[in-house]
Design a binder for this molecule. Structure first.
Ligand code: FAD
Length: 386
């Protein structure tokens, strides 16, 4: 019997690829192995659940059992792969050795927390990067049984979306970040400040331009001390200080890996024969976009390649829609530093154009009423991966 095509990871990349493969081939033996519950869920919904008071079970579209049944795959949940052997073509799971025919790494990205979290704060300091994390944070909020004081560390996409969602859910939110305005990687500062104003008007307390010095237990509270000495007290802390591709398995197996993830070509092929990668863990021809549209395009292309039709992936000029209803934000960050940002508009309705030295549009950012320009501008901007 030939060894199955094996996918590691049940995020949107892993399950998305499984769906695409099944659409092309109903018979092929496929095994999907995941360290988590294996539930099929949409990760972007995690940062919309608290406003709607959604219990975790409402976020899962189907269980791992249903995935296995409906997509005709062997699904192993709560199973962490310890190592990949590219020569022996097998996976190490403890003492077990599991053969693969073709292997796909869809191991995603993990929260990067640049400071120590004291042990005594377990259950009060969280990151939310998957449904299990959402379950844990949701349970902590429920256990409080009242309006929580939540301090969020980090004002990137994840921090800002949770800040907006938690305040809309009736909680008291503080946002701490060393940058002077929210969404520093997506927005030029005037637009970031507009988002900060919308947050402040909604009652959020912003501690910007200041980093975190330490977290410590303070009775039943968490003491959050900033690097200028100011201190706030919170019931719960949510750390949203960025994500790092989970490329350890690939690195240990000797595959080519960079800071932006496992290096793959446009066929999603790694440097090792028979091993492909996609999603947040993969840096495709120099680009790791870490958004849903690129991984969906990758899943489609890779399913065709693995089904016998080699297909290159390409990405369009796909802007990011940030889920901050207090002030809608859309951004297509430029791939290289722009020569200038040109900003138009008034109040919180702003449009910013990233231009190169020849005044060509290479990215844009929009807030408020200006988000309606996203289609027109996306048509004029260069693709992420042409
Ligand atoms: P993951 O979802 O991280 O899945 C990785 C999988 O690999 C998991 O199942 C994990 O258990 C498994 N795994 C890892 N290591 C091992 C191992 N050793 N053994 C076995 N299994 C392993 N993008 C958008 O486009 N729009 C949005 O609005 C948006 N909102 C977001 C909101 C939040 C809060 C977050 C965190 C992200 C958001 N994103 C959004 C980004 C998008 O959700 C991600 O790009 C995407 O979900 C990544 O999917 P993935 O399958 O690559 O990784």
């Amino acid at each position: 019997m030939t060894a199955p095509l094996t996918i590691i990871g049940s995020g949107m990349a892993g399950i998305g690829l499984l769906k695409q493969l099944r659409a092309l081939d109903a018979e092929r033996a496929i095994t999907l192995i995941t360290a988590d519950s294996g539930d099929d869920y949409s990760k972007p919904l995690l940062s919309t659940g608290f406003a709607k008071r959604l219990p975790p079970e409402r976020l899962a579209a189907r269980s791992a059992l249903e995935v296995a049944d409906q997509l005709g795959a062997v699904v192993r949940t709560r199973t962490r792969i310890d190592a990949v052997d590219p020569t022996g073509r097998c996976l190490h799971i403890g003492e077990e050795r599991l053969a693969w025919g073709e292997l796909v790494l869809a191991t995603g990205a993990a929260p990067a927390v640049p400071f120590d979290i004291p042990e005594g704060l377990a259950g009060r300091v969280f990151t939310i990067n998957d449904l299990d994390d959402y379950r844990a944070f949701h349970a902590a909020l429920e256990a409080l049984g009242r309006r929580a004081r939540v301090a969020i560390v980090g004002a990137g996409l994840v921090g800002c979306e949770f800040a907006n969602d938690l305040i809309a859910g009736g909680h008291a939110v503080s946002l701490v970040a060393p940058e002077h305005a929210p969404l520093p990687r997506l927005l030029p500062e005037p637009l970031g400040r507009a988002l900060g104003e919308a947050f402040s008007e909604a009652g959020m307390v912003l501690y910007l331009g200041r980093g975190l010095a330490r977290l410590e237990a303070s009775g039943s509270d968490v003491g959050v001390t900033l690097d200028d000495g100011e201190r706030l007290e919170a019931d719960l802390v949510l750390v949203a200080t960025g994500l790092r591709p989970r490329s350890e398995l690939a690195r240990a197996a000797g595959l080519q890996v960079g800071v932006a993830g496992i290096q793959v070509d446009r066929y999603l092929q790694t440097s090792a024969p028979g091993i492909h990668a996609l999603g947040d863990v993969a840096c495709v021809d120099g680009v790791n976009a870490m958004y849903v549209q690129p991984l969906q395009a990758s899943a489609k292309a890779l399913a065709r390649t693995l089904s016998g039709t080699p297909t290159e992936v390409s990405y369009g000029a796909w802007p990011v829609l940030v889920k901050t209803p207090l002030l809608p934000v859309v951004a297509l960050p430029p791939l290289s530093a722009p020569a200038r940002w040109r900003v138009e508009g008034e109040g919180t309705d702003l449009a910013a154009f990233a231009e190169d030295q020849d005044e060509r549009l290479i990215g844009f950012a929009l807030t408020g009423a200006c988000v309606k320009r996203k289609v027109e501008l996306a048509r004029a901007a260069p693709p992420l991966l042409g």
